[in-house]
Structure formats: structure tokens, C-alpha cells
Design a protein around this ligand. Structure first.
Ligand SMILES: [Zn+2]
Length: 257
């Protein structure tokens, strides 16, 4: 870790090839967005960089305690290139959906995010009707904390096969976060059949129930039956429920009510 005393010591300057993932810090145990990036390690005097001490790749820097891992940026870059080239060669030799998934996972594991994105474009066109491939690619992205890139893959998998439980559950969790509880409920109907708990996690159903309970409690507290109050606490405050009109509610829910 860089340290300075009275402005003299070491410091990182610059951030390139930034990769952010959601995770838990191995040092302080707090959850947050862990950041990896290329930077230059400098000797500084009065915080002015005077002597470069080498390019570094920082891994998983914690937003709370700032702790992280580091390696030589050159060595990391070389290893990353070799790993991506090897993965692509692997796919050329066996261009199947399973191999594509392995290659994509390998690219993500070495933080080759751009290369993985370009590879996804290629394989999604090659396996245009493969819903399962989209689900698994999205799950790899979610494990890395890249929820934004995972969402369209789940959406497309659902379009291709609306019965896929993984797609329904992933989309339901997103609808819950957006406050669209009715849509989430419809997506999770497959969990309401007897015995569903033996083959599926019921975590998303519990999450939905908690949101419904929170909404009911909110309505009771303010004595209001408007649909704006069936959403979240923050929305409730924003909506000033006493006079929520259809327009306001449409703004809040993003759809006709
Ligand atoms: Zn930490």
C-alpha cells in the first residue's frame, strides 16, 4: 500500500483499464464495489510525483479500507494476452456453445472485459437461438458483479424460452428492485407449485414477500390506499401520497396504472 508522511512517500497516479465488481473485501469484510485498474506507482514529495517506481495492476481495491492486491502491470498484461489468445484458440478448435462459455469465463477471470464483450457479440450471433447460453453468460457476468451487461441476456433468454426458471428468477429480482411487484409475482409463479423448494431456491420469493409486507406496512402507516404507496419507502416520500394523481403514479411506476 502506498503511504505518505507529511506529503513524502509513495502514491498511485492514474487509473486505466478499470474493472469494477461487487464483492466483499477480504481485509475489512465490508461489501462494496471492488476496483481493479492499471496505475503508476510514484515516489512523491509534497504529493508531487517525482520518480516513477513502476506500472502496477491493482486488484479489488476496497472502497472502505482501500486495501488491495497488486502485480506488475506489464506481467499482468502479458499473461492476460496469452490467456485470451489461448482461450480463442480453444474455441477455434471446438466452436460449440459449451466451449464458448468456457472461453468467455476464462476471459472474465483475467479481467479481459473488452475482449469478453467482443467475444459475446460474436457468439450470440453464432448461437442466435440458444437461450441456455445466454443464461450462463449472464450468470458469469453477475458473478463478476456486471449486472448491467447480464440483464439484456436474461431478457433475450426469456423471449426465446419464457419457461426457463433462471431467466424468470433473474428478471423477477430486477422487477422487485424496480418496485414492479405484480410483474415479479407473475415471473415467480413457478415457485408457488408444491415441491418447488426442492428444486429451486425460494430466496427471490421471500424477497418479493418482504417487499409486499413493506408496502402493506407503508399503506397502514399513512392510511392511504393509493398504488404509489404499494412501492418503496423512498417512492412513498417522493409521491406525497395524499394527492398522488395518475400522472404522478405513472411517473413513479413507469407504466399506466
Ligand atoms: Zn476493506
Amino acid at each position: 500500500m502506498p503511504t505518505t508522511i507529511n506529503g513524502v512517500g509513495t502514491h498511485y497516479y492514474g487509473k486505466r483499464n478499470v474493472v469494477v465488481r461487487s464483492g466483499v473485501c477480504q481485509s475489512c469484510g465490508r461489501a462494496g464495489n471492488l476496483k481493479s485498474y492499471d496505475t503508476t506507482y510514484w515516489f512523491v514529495v509534497l504529493f508531487v510525483p517525482v520518480l516513477p517506481l513502476g506500472r502496477k495492476r491493482i486488484f479489488d481495491q476496497c472502497p472502505s479500507c482501500r486495501r488491495h492486491y497488486q502485480a506488475s502491470a506489464e506481467k499482468f498484461s502479458q499473461a492476460q494476452k496469452e490467456s485470451v489468445a489461448e482461450a480463442r484458440e480453444q474455441f477455434r478448435a471446438a466452436p460449440t456453445a459449451e466451449a464458448a462459455l468456457d472461453v468467455h469465463g476464462q476471459m472474465l477471470s483475467v479481467q479481459a472485459i473488452e475482449q469478453a464483450r467482443a467475444f459475446r457479440v460474436e457468439i450470440l450471433s453464432q448461437f442466435a437461438e440458444d437461450a441456455q447460453l445466454r443464461i450462463k453468460l449472464a450468470q458469469q457476468l453477475e458473478r463478476l458483479g456486471v449486472e448491467k451487461a447480464a440483464t439484456p441476456l436474461f431478457e433475450r433468454a426469456f423471449e426465446l424460452n419464457p419457461k426457463l426458471p433462471e431467466a424468470r428468477e433473474a428478471l423477477a429480482v430486477r422487477r422487485i428492485k424496480q418496485g414492479s411487484l405484480v410483474e415479479a409475482n407473475a415471473l415467480l409463479d413457478f415457485l408457488e407449485v408444491p415441491g418447488a423448494g426442492r428444486t429451486h431456491s425460494l430466496a427471490s420469493l421471500r424477497q418479493l414477500a418482504e417487499q409486499y409486507n413493506a408496502s402493506a406496512s407503508m399503506r397502514t402507516r399513512c392510511g392511504c390506499a393509493q398504488s404509489c404507496c404499494a412501492k418503496s419507502r423512498s417512492w412513498h416520500k417522493a409521491a406525497r401520497c395524499g394527492d398522488s394523481s395518475g400522472n404522478q403514479r405513472r411517473q413513479l411506476t413507469g407504466r399506466r396504472v
